[in-house]
Design a binder for this molecule. Structure first.
Ligand code: GYE
Length: 321
């Protein structure tokens, strides 16, 4: 006999009422998690999605998954549909920081706990979510800045930097810029001469770098890309312009995905700051803890490092994303 979830639950409830099933069997009812993903814009995001899907399976949690194609309105729609479906927990990675209060209040009114993963929201009301798990993006920006300051410490003249920003209004774009600027502003020789969004994608990274090269060409000493994918796109643009990536232009990016390691091993990318997408296991644990009534810290920060090209070949076999 085939049963859908609802009939199964009704049957279990009826059996329990009739005293046929012990409470422990009922307690095993699968938890349902609704996850509203940003999109599939980067290698990082693909690894993040894979981590969430595989760890839900492993944890025995039923996952409802949606891909918002980097549009906030799609994420809001998905969250509303999870509220309507009365899932146990909603998790999402907010594409931008602002504009979430209304839908988060709807979830709260429906008594569905919300977990933020990877990116945060900028609401003042922190009762609208249980916890935010993910990286410290400001610190990632600082790491990128510190690496550059050290690398250019003997450089006397100006250091002209172009910046490829992530998605406009997203937490990682805002915070990585902030952390990087905080460090480089200590020395006036560092100048960000151009800064534009490449929306975290290879295609846009390439396109915007082409425009930078057309405008400033040989003046550019450094590229700071808010993620590896944009750096990889930009590397193509630099090569097509007849210049040598990582030599004529020093390239710094963030994430530490396999594609970045390959670029470093090929001598085309100088450094990648790590940002781990493997948030799945932590998220599933949080879902279980929330349902078990355990308190969670408001902020769970991911530990991460930095990988210059000199260590890339040695580190490559250890990389999981
Ligand atoms: O760096 C980028 C992705 O939010 C940390 O989003 C994430 C960022 C990551 O598209 O590659």
């Amino acid at each position: 006999m085939t049963m859908n979830r609802r009939t199964l639950n009704t049957a279990l409830a009826a059996a329990a009422l009739g005293g046929m099933l012990p409470a422990s069997v009922l307690a095993q009812k699968k938890l349902v998690l609704g996850f509203a993903q940003v999109g599939a814009e980067s290698e990082w995001r693909t690894a993040n999605t894979e981590s969430i899907k595989s760890s839900a399976k492993e944890a025995g949690i039923e996952l409802k998954f949606s891909d918002a194609q980097q549009k906030q309105e799609n994420q809001i729609k998905a969250i509303r549909s999870y509220i309507a479906q009365k899932v146990d927990v909603i998790a999402f990675s907010p594409v931008v920081e602002s504009g979430w209060e209304t839908v988060l209040r709807e979830a709260k009114a429906a008594k569905i706990p919300v977990v933020l993963t990877d990116r945060s929201v900028n609401t003042k009301d922190d009762t609208l979510y249980v916890t935010f798990m993910g990286s410290d993006f400001v610190e990632e920006g600082r790491k990128a800045g510190r690496w550059l300051v050290e690398k250019m410490k003997d450089q006397k003249g100006e250091v002209n930097i172009v910046e490829l920003q992530g998605t406009v209004g997203s937490a990682p774009a805002i915070d990585r810029k902030k952390g990087f600027e905080e460090i480089i502003k200590a020395d006036p020789k560092f100048k960000i001469i151009r800064s534009q969004t490449g929306d975290f994608t290879r295609a846009k990274g390439k396109e915007v770098m082409e425009a930078f090269l057309k405008a400033d060409g040989k003046k550019i000493n450094v590229l700071f890309a808010h993620n590896d994918d944009m750096a990889i796109g930009a590397i193509q643009a630099i090569e097509e312009a007849g210049m040598k990536p990582a030599k004529d232009i020093t390239i710094i990016s963030i994430d530490g995905v396999k594609g970045a390691f390959e670029a470093m091993i090929a001598g085309k990318l100088n450094v990648s700051v790590e940002c781990s997408p493997l948030l799945g296991p932590q998220l599933m644990q949080a879902v279980k803890d929330i349902k078990a009534g355990k308190p969670l810290p408001k902020r769970i920060v991911t530990e991460e490092g930095i990988f210059p090209m000199e260590v890339a070949a040695k580190e490559f076999p250890n990389r999981k994303y």
